[in-house]
Design a protein around this ligand. Sequence first.
Ligand SMILES: Cc1ncc(COP(=O)(O)O)c(C=O)c1O
Length: 399
Amino acid sequence: MTKFVASNRTRDTQTTERMVAPYTPLELESLVARYGSPLMIIDCDIIRAQYRALQAALPGVDLHYALKPLPELAVVKTLKDLGCFFDLASSGEVELVRRAGVAPERCIHTHPIKTDSDIRDAMRFGVRTFVADNVAELGKFVRHRKRCDILLRISFRAEDTPVDLSKKFGCEPQAALTLLDTAKRLGLRVVGFSFHVGSQTATPGTYVRAIETCIDLIDRARAAGHLGLALLDIGGGFPVSYREPMMDIESFCVPIRAALSAMPKGIRVIAEPGRFIAAPSGTCVSSVVGRAERGGRWWFYLDDGVYGSFSGQIYDHAIYPIDCLKTDSVRVPAVLAGPTCDSIDVIDETIELPLLEAGDLVVGRVMGAYNSASATDFNFIPRARVLAINVTADAVTAS
Ligand SMILES: Cc1ncc(COP(=O)(O)O)c(C=O)c1O
């Protein structure tokens, strides 16, 4: 098995620190004093709470944490201890779950387009279930056909997501049965269907439509003699509230549960949540490194920006709740900018802040998903250190 050099995003620092969110200014200052700035704090208690909330909202659905939004060892271990399954999409993710001691049979590989080495690495680890959405991709599995199961990914376009994954992946529902026939001719074992309606989906309507269509496909496929179908993967996409409130997860899942109740017998349902589990766990603390008055507004420059922990503003289209620790009542119209020389590296141009000085701390919330995972060291400015807190489940104290 290829040994992957862990990137610094997977070299998280774990502490024995116990803190209860949203954390006091003193707690945040003391973490920065000890571990440096900028700092991405990942709270494993919140990971646990989010996992349990989604589990309660989708009873009977096996949750496979999608590693991509927050590929951290502490997070994987935390979820493994709760009995979570895992959704992998690259050989680096395979290596991370292996390091965390996850059993391969608890993992599926869901990237619809893979290299041969992606497939080989996952299979050497012991993963058996893979996703494909077209004939060329099915062809890559012919040589492995005795040892793998395939999920066919179906595309369901959603209008209410900033991240429309069905634009890039998935076959049209009307092409699914033909693809199923092709797979059979190739000697492949198709065990079910999967879809991902898009990330940070505002409403559950597309899930309902997708589940209903998949049920219809399963019925028609079984009638046509495809008797091996036993799995439906309803993907990720479950939303979290950033600055704007989104539906709470219980209300969001009510119509999804109703749609799932019509599932034919013998079908196990799984999901691949990433953001919902990861996002609320992340608190980003950065420091003011300089300031300037330009065009009648104060610009405050931080040691972190859109090339770093705020990369999700660019790639993930998210706008995070941000404030400073300084509590002065007088606030001025301000611009928060990142540390690189690029003009795109501006975090917020419409914020009001006290007159900050070098060393003052700025805190971003709900930043655990798709931020540190896509951060860079552009300009040789190091990305934030990732610090996992509340790593052990015991001794949780309520404030
Ligand atoms: C195949 C797959 N599964 C799961 C996820 C996680 O989605 P989310 O973070 O919206 O839950 C993604 C996100 O890109 C994905 O591509």
